[in-house]
Structure formats: C-alpha cells, structure tokens
Design a binder for this molecule. Sequence first.
Ligand SMILES: O=P(O)(O)O[C@H]1O[C@H](CO)[C@@H](O)[C@H]1O
Ligand SMILES: O=c1cc[nH]c(=O)[nH]1
Length: 282
Amino acid sequence: MSGRSANDPQGADERQYHIGLRPGDVAPAILLVGDPKRAKRVAEGFFDDYGDPITEREFVTYTGTYRGMPMSVMGTGMSAANTEIAVIELCQLFEDASSVAIIRAGSCGALQANIGLGDLVITQAAHRLEETSLAFVTPGYPAVAHPEVVLALAWACEDTGAAHHLGITATAAGFYGAQGRNIPGFPSRVPAIEAELQRMGISNLEMEASTLLTLSTLRGFRAGAVCAVYANRVDNTFIADADKSAAEKRCIQAGLEGLLKLSSLAHARGDRPCWHPGLGLV
Ligand SMILES: O=P(O)(O)O[C@H]1O[C@H](CO)[C@@H](O)[C@H]1O
Ligand SMILES: O=c1cc[nH]c(=O)[nH]1
C-alpha cells in the first residue's frame, strides 16, 4: 500500500505525480511551451540564471529569473491532454491561484491571408475543438484569455517590434486529421474545417490554448497565449528551417516580456478587479 490517493496521486512530499514538482519548485509566473527542447532554449537563452531542470516523463521545468523576476518555464509536450495535466498539477503547487500567471508560447498555423509566416498571434479567446475541456465545462462555455494578459502580450510585442495580430484561436485535438490536413492514406474526416474556421474569422490553429484558458477561468488564475506562425493554411506554406529559430525567439521574448508587464499591471491594479488606463503603471 502506497498511501497515495487514486483521485490525487501526489506523493507524501507533495510531489505532483506527472510533472515531478513540489511546492516551492516553481515561480508563480510560468511560461508553458509545447516542445521540451524549447524550454531548455528559454532557460539557456533568456533567463539571467536558473537551477537544474526537473524532469518527469515528457514534462521538463526550469526555474530562474528573467530580468530579475522569478519565472519558470515548462515544456509540456503536445496536446490538450498534456496541458490539462500540466496546468492542474501546477495549480496544486500554489495555495493562492490568483497569484499565478501562465502564458503559453507556442507555434501555430495561420488561417488568414494577412497573417504571415513568423508573425505572432495573441489569443483573445479560443474555440474549443479539443475534447479535454469538455470534461469540465459545457460545449458553449467560452475559453477566454485574461484581459491583462492580452494587454501585456500586445504591449510586449509592440516593445520588441514583433509583427503581431490579436484574434481568436482554434484549438484542435490533433495536428493532421483534426486540422483538416490530408495525408495519403489518412484522409481527414473534417477536411472542410479550415474553410469553416476561416469564414468565422478565426486567426490560427494550434493544440493547447483552449484547455489552458478554460482551466484558468475555472481555477481563477491569469492566462493567455502567444504563438509564432509556422504554417499558413491559406497559401499552404510552412516556415523555412532558417526562419524558425528567429520566429521562436520572438515568441519566447513576447511571452517573457508579457509576464514582466503583467506583473506591473497587477501591481498598479492592486485589489481592483482589472487594470485600466486610469491606473497608470508602476
Ligand atoms: O510549438 P508547440 O508549443 O508545441 O505548439 C504547436 O506545435 C505542435 C504541433 O506541431 C502542437 O503542440 C501545437 O499546438
Ligand atoms: O499548422 C500548425 C502549425 C503548428 N501547430 C499546429 O498545431 N498547427
């Protein structure tokens, strides 16, 4: 007998079962990335300093500081299912969820002709095409980014000179069939999804944002997403390997700067429900 609960199988030392972290291991400002190697690139290329990574299964977490502010970056692997585990277990590490801010810095496919390869898309809200969030909320429930996170990310993109767009993101349950891609031998059952999402004015497609945003509203932490455009589905183009690293760097920078700016908005807001321009900045 291990003494663990089947419902919540964290260890006696409060180490979370899948992500391998204990309270105190992470900062409340967290960047979530799909690619575990991107997490390493964030720590090595952007943090002032950081400790040894904590790795469990495909989840890898680095904690350090970015421009003096304590931050963590976690590579979650791909998918809504992985995101659900990462977010729920991360939240278990904090008594006060309102102190937590999570920004996803990912990659995506653009659905509109004016969104170029390498541009950034800031998610205002997400269309829940994945199934994971259905285990928590009804189908019509909105997956919305926190307004301060949207502002902070737009501000960060302005400051860093990154071409960016604000829009609605569609979060799919997979990369191929679920995003209407047709690979020989694997015809998508929903090949019209791309045209339908375009017609609805949706900006981009990826695989994690709506899960993060749904869970953030349920639990009461601030969250948002910014993604670099790797594919454009309108003209069927994919970013060149030579341009991918720069696009990823712009996205990471926007996410990290966004977390910094979010903290100054929160400081100026104090106990009020939301920052507004009359509050100025600290
Ligand atoms: O680059 P990341 O963050 O993994 O995000 C996108 O890339 C993966 C698909 O290639 C999916 O996880 C999708 O959401
Ligand atoms: O088209 C794309 C590109 C990156 N990530 C996705 O999920 N879709």
